[in-house]
Design a protein around this ligand. Structure first.
Ligand code: F6P
Length: 541
């Protein structure tokens, strides 16, 4: 493996693959050579520093790492999450073909379909007003209480599919900071509010604390007996839910083979289903399923998640780029970068291999981003002229939903394409200088100013184009990134499906609570922590 990576480094150097601008000048077919399609979805990676030799090297790497074999093992329900001894089967949740998927010899599809049906009936009841609050009023507002994978997916997806939102208003509370739930409760009428307590484990302190606050809100306004009509829950820990007092008919389960950050397709998607209806939710699942079929069947050079993963790995581990920017030219994907942060960084932010040895080389990059064009007026300066190369991933719809604002959409498209062109082409010193003198600047001043106006170019980007952001095309996009993370994880030889790195902070917070409450001394903590506790206690009113 390492020899293959070293070989790739020398291929990149020796074939001058990183001169993207020269590659475009030399090859008028570069776009068609280095782009792939899945129905209306176009994946253009021609503005990355690749050539056939690099792609051959990446393909050899994928073969050596067993990406296809491991992909098939994942779909077949093998225990690939070795540290938690679990299968990884979020793909079963969107298996619209309904082919059997076996876990421990049992077909999980009847259970998957059963929960989907129950969610559908519940969502219909809330949407139609037939399921009412305790005082007989229809539900107008739904609050999802969850965090991480039990929050980011539903928030992001609800924003993405706003044009399809015809159900009650949705709110999301995640932070342990009381400000979050307090600001939300201020907007709500207890009589017409439903809370969804969403937690895979039903132990997460943020969610349990916010759920208790919400319970008090209902009980104070309507009495204890009203709680049951204003709560439902989504969890894998059904025993813990019943202890909270939520009736079994209002509990929607999922399974330990669904990772939190992969759970939007499960009952965790209930708020989305309530917002857009079960038919649109089924379309979302179908989009994910279409990508699963493509990922399983398409040859590497036509396989979009595979290419996205291989190029991601190439950027990170061969060319050494430390981060990637997710830049949707789609305002409704405003939370997609945050969603991908969890998906990618919680999955591939690891330092130990599948063989329990330290990794050599790099694993997951820092993932960040904002929608264009907002980002252009904020951080793009660094992407264009900074000393760090940041591969950019652009996404744009051919059609906005606002037909009457077509001109604004054309401006959006022009901006998106201009950015990737500028990153690739750049502007030379001679060009910068000529531009200044053409505007009448004297030669001496032009010599001084021109270097500031140089763009090195050769900065890589991927552009993804889809017809319009619908439940189906959006499902496709989410699944595409999930599989990209999988491919990169296999190449890094890590377990992408555990998250032990979040545990230490949780444990220490539990231990620090009595200290912060002033019930225990800070003895035994480091002097910084003890000093900070003392300062906070002194200032507490
Ligand atoms: O702390 C990380 C994490 O375990 C995530 O992986 C998960 O999505 C989130 O917390 C929420 O967990 P739960 O759904 O069990 O409340």
């Amino acid at each position: 493996m390492n020899a293959l990576v070293e070989k790739l480094k020398s291929i990149a150097r020796d074939t001058n693959a990183t001169d993207i601008r020269a590659a475009f000048a030399a090859d008028p077919e570069r776009f068609s050579r280095y782009s792939a399609k899945l129905d209306d979805f176009l994946f253009d990676y021609s503005k990355c520093a690749v050539n056939d030799a690099v792609l051959d090297g990446l393909e050899a790497l994928a073969k050596d790492a067993g990406v296809e074999k491991k992909r098939d093992a994942m779909f077949a329900g093998a225990i690939i999450n070795i540290t938690e001894e679990r299968a990884v089967l979020h793909t079963a949740l969107r298996n619209r073909a309904n082919t059997p998927v076996l876990v421990d010899g049992k077909n999980v599809m009847p259970d998957v379909n059963g929960v989907l049906d129950a969610m559908g009936a519940f969502a219909d009841g809330i949407r139609s007003g037939s399921l009412k609050g305790a005082t007989g009023k229809a539900i107008t507002d739904v609050v999802n209480i969850g965090i991480g994978g039990s929050d980011l997916g539903p928030v992001m997806a609800t924003l993405a599919l706003a044009p399809f939102h015809d159900g009650p208003h949705l709110h999301f509370v995640s932070n342990i900071d009381g400000a979050h739930i307090a600001d939300t409760l201020k907007l709500l009428d207890a009589e017409t509010t439903l809370f969804i307590v969403a937690s895979k484990t039903f132990t997460t302190i943020e969610t349990m604390t916010n759920a208790a606050t919400a319970r008090k809100f209902i009980a104070d306004a309507l009495g204890d007996a009203a709680v049951g009509s204003h709560f439902c829950a989504v969890s894998t820990a059904l025993d813990k839910v019943s202890a909270f007092g939520i009736g079994a008919e209002r509990v929607f389960g999922f399974w330990d083979w669904v990772g939190g950050r992969y759970s939007i397709w499960s009952a965790i998607g209930l708020p989305l289903m309530i917002a857009i209806g079960k038919e649109n939710f089924a379309e979302f699942l179908a989009g994910g399923h279409a990508v699963d079929n493509h990922f399983r069947a398409a040859p590497v050079r036509e396989n979009i998640p595979m290419l996205l993963g291989l190029i991601g790995y190439y950027h990170r581990n061969v060319l050494g780029y430390p981060s990637r920017a997710i830049l949707p030219y789609d305002q409704r994907l405003s939370r997609f970068p945050a969603y991908l942060q969890q998906l990618d960084m919680e999955s591939n932010g690891k330092s130990v291999t599948m063989d329990s040895t330290p990794v050599e080389g790099q694993t997951g990059p820092v993932v960040w981003g904002e929608p264009g064009t907002n980002g252009q007026h904020a951080f793009y300066q660094l992407i264009h002229q900074g000393t760090t190369i940041i591969p950019a991933e652009f996404m744009i719809a051919a059609n906005g939903h606002e037909k009457e604002l077509r001109h604004q959409h054309q401006l959006l498209i022009a901006n998106c394409l201009a950015q990737s062109e500028a990153l690739m082409k750049g502007r030379t010193l001679a060009e910068a200088r000529a531009q200044l003198t053409a505007k009448g600047m004297d030669e001496a001043k032009a010599d001084k100013i021109a270097p500031h106006r140089v763009f090195s170019g050769n900065r890589p980007s991927i552009t993804m184009v889809y017809d319009s952001l619908t439940p189906f095309s959006f499902g496709r996009l989410v699944a595409l990134y999930e599989h990209r993370v999988f491919v990169e994880g296999v190449l890094f030889n890590i377990n992408s499906f555990d998250q032990w790195g979040v545990e230490l902070g949780k444990e220490l917070a539990t231990g620090l609570l009595p200290v912060v409450e002033g019930k225990e001394s800070a003895d035994g903590h480091d002097s910084s922590t003890a000093g900070l506790v003392a300062a906070l206690l002194k200032a507490a009113k």
